[in-house]
Design a protein around this ligand. Structure first.
Ligand code: SF4
Ligand code: SF4
Length: 399
């Protein structure tokens, strides 16, 4: 009952977003499965389109798996400077939004740091004028600067990443003062909402459980409450082992003739030692406290791992906690900062088309996308899937 009350409070703040959440639950649970089993690779219109506005970021977080500025050629996280400069004009994004408007997908904006895309506010305003929901996932450093415009544009949902108390957060983020800036940004949002008489955007805190903050994840409950956040979501880190990375690369070459190297910066082979045991025990303890919390904000976790499964999450990559098929590529799609369209969030090696050359919906059910879906279905999972956030789409639990 307490959980239902928490969700009801959130629904009242943004009914349009709540309606989308209800729609996407049905989409993930039923329509995606109908398409998956019966439509030979075709998918109903997407429930969510995620636009990666830029590869550039103003931070260098320790747990970030993306290629990042400042690395030298030969480093796992190296990418040439042009990668960070890729950009699609706001008019091209608007054209895509207009094209998909009738299907009302949620539009999720991320990066890199999405507020480094200069026309983000204009794009949010356009999405809202077309009657769709818009979400942004940000590190929060620009929130103070854009607070007024964010609220005016009608953004539905802002997801800010926090790793723990100030010193932990700053250390994970690699820059002193980031917690403080983030806090000021959220305060500014609250003030603007009040000043403009608006309930949106919903403010969510997202905490990523990593070896760098494992002793402090419970503290995110108090921090979220202190920040006046509407909900708290825990994610796990996404990774490959060398074995799954090499297997993935080989398979992509064989099936699609592509050189799939996106896994390299995500490689993490856990060697059990005393420090690792201490980390896993620490996470287990924090998780137990979180699961027994009496907090009055909704807390979600994806995947929904039991405290006793923490070690398995890191050491047994083939354990997928009951999620043995990916339905996400029948529901969600990703547009990269150069306009390429890909089915997978963090490992964007397979490109199904480009919105600067083709209509999005022609790509979505085009020959390439269908081939990807059918090859995936044949195998249930690719080696890239075991620790991919989208494998656990339906495994988001309110704890
Ligand atoms: S803010 Fe996000 S994209 Fe930027 S370095 Fe940190 S984790 Fe990576
Ligand atoms: S689970 Fe696999 S197929 Fe699905 S989005 Fe992730 S990497 Fe792609």
């Amino acid at each position: 009952m307490a959980r239902l009350l928490k969700i009801a409070k959130l629904t009242a703040k943004n009914p349009q977003l709540a309606a989308y959440k209800a729609r996407i639950t049905v989409r993930n649970g039923f329509t995606a499965k109908y398409d998956y089993y019966l439509r030979k690779g075709y998918a109903s219109a997407p429930g969510c389109i995620c636009i990666k506005l830029t590869n550039a970021c103003n931070l260098r977080c320790k747990m970030c798996g993306q290629p990042r500025e400042g690395h030298k050629e030969g480093d796992a996280k190296y990418a040439p400077v042009e990668f960070f400069q890729q950009t699609v004009s706001v008019d091209d994004y608007k054209a895509m939004v207009d094209e998909v408007q009738r299907y009302k997908p949620n539009i999720y904006l991320w990066g890199g740091e999405p507020f480094m895309y200069k026309d983000i506010i204009e794009l949010i305003g356009h999405i809202k004028r077309r009657g769709m929901t818009a979400q942004v996932n940000t590190n929060g450093l620009y929130t103070r600067k854009y607070a007024k415009e964010i609220v005016e544009a009608g953004l539905d949902d802002i997801i800010v990443s926090i790793d723990g108390p100030p010193e932990v957060h700053d250390s994970v983020r690699g820059l002193k003062g980031t917690f403080n800036m983030l806090e000021k940004g959220i305060q500014a949002l609250h003030e603007e909402k009040k000043r403009q008489g608006k309930k949106k955007p919903i403010i969510r805190v997202r905490g990523t459980v990593s070896p760098y903050n494992f002793e402090h994840i419970y503290s995110l409950i108090d921090i979220s409450k202190r920040f006046g956040a509407d909900s708290l979501n825990f994610n796990w880190t996404w990774f490959f082992t060398k074995e799954t990375g090499v297997a993935y690369q080989r398979l992509m070459k064989k099936l699609f003739d592509i050189d799939a190297v996106s896994w390299v910066p995500y490689q993490e082979d856990v060697i059990m030692n005393d420090e690792r045991r201490r980390q896993f025990e620490g996470i287990r303890r924090e998780l137990l406290r979180i699961k027994n919390n009496g907090a009055d904000i909704p807390i979600t976790m994806s995947p929904n791992i039991n405290p006793d499964q923490v070690e398995a999450y890191y050491t047994d990559i083939h354990e997928t906690f009951g999620n043995d098929r990916c339905f996400s590529v029948w529901v969600k799609s990703y547009v990269l900062p150069n306009g390429d369209v890909t089915p997978c969030p963090d490992y964007p090696d397979f490109i199904a088309g480009n919105i600067l050359q083709d209509k999005f919906m022609d790509i979505w059910n085009g020959e390439k996308y269908i081939k990807w879906r059918l090859e995936l279905k044949k195998r249930k999972l690719f080696p890239s899937c075991y620790r991919c956030c989208d494998l656990f789409l339906s495994d988001v639990a309110v704890v």
